[in-house]
Design a binder for this molecule. Sequence first.
Ligand SMILES: C[S@@+](CC[C@H](N)C(=O)[O-])C[C@H]1O[C@@H](n2cnc3c(N)ncnc32)[C@H](O)[C@@H]1O
Length: 238
Amino acid sequence: MGLFRIQHNKFEEIFDTDHFDTMHPDEWEGEATNKGINRLKEPGWEDRYNYEAALICNLIEENPHITNVLELGSGPGVLSQKILEKHPNLNYHLVDKPFAKKYFDQNNFKGEFFVKDLSCDFDTSDLLDEYDLVITNDFLEHVLNPSLIVQNIYKLTNPNSIYFISNPNWRMAHQWVYRGLFDFDNFIYFLYTHKFKLEGFYGSQLKTPKYPKIDSETLLPDDHLTDWNHYMLFKHRK
Ligand SMILES: C[S@@+](CC[C@H](N)C(=O)[O-])C[C@H]1O[C@@H](n2cnc3c(N)ncnc32)[C@H](O)[C@@H]1O
């Protein structure tokens, strides 16, 4: 049997990893380019955070029991401040890397920030036993072990807790460790295997280029194919 060889230069053509920063020790490091903390100044970010904060604030208003909030991969905490502006009594915990905390501290942001490397590990010993709301906003695709993170989120929540997840649509050409895991159906299945059930999802106000529907998007309505992000709400399943 002959070995079927694929040309190496082909990989370079089809795997665009030039801007792959998931393995970077700290994505927020560096102020000279728009890749570090300066990316917050890019137009569109403010509108996006406002939209996401509005979604989450609505959820908080619909679920008045929500007191303790955990946001993983929060970045410097811009989203959290918008939520806390409307709901100042929340006990809001954020987890990210050192540079994100530096910006959080310099800006005297509210909440409690924990520095952790969540790529392959999640030490929860200094966190609360349970949270009412967990947020991972464009974060799970950045870690090497998303299963471990979701397993721990399950342990840190209860049947009344809600879990808000934002994932980038593959059409916006994001970077991925596990391409395909974040396709709409596959991700819902992944969460289901981790004992979370999708309650629903929200549309995105930003749009991606148009590409046809793929086989792993049967649950995604056609008019949401070009949503920039998929904002999903999960709860424990029975
Ligand atoms: C795309 S950014 C999203 C940031 C923020 N949630 C937002 O929506 O602006 C991904 C975040 O995940 C964080 N992150 C990536 N790998 C991480 C790791 N191993 N441990 C902790 N945080 C990590 C990054 O520092 C970054 O803040």
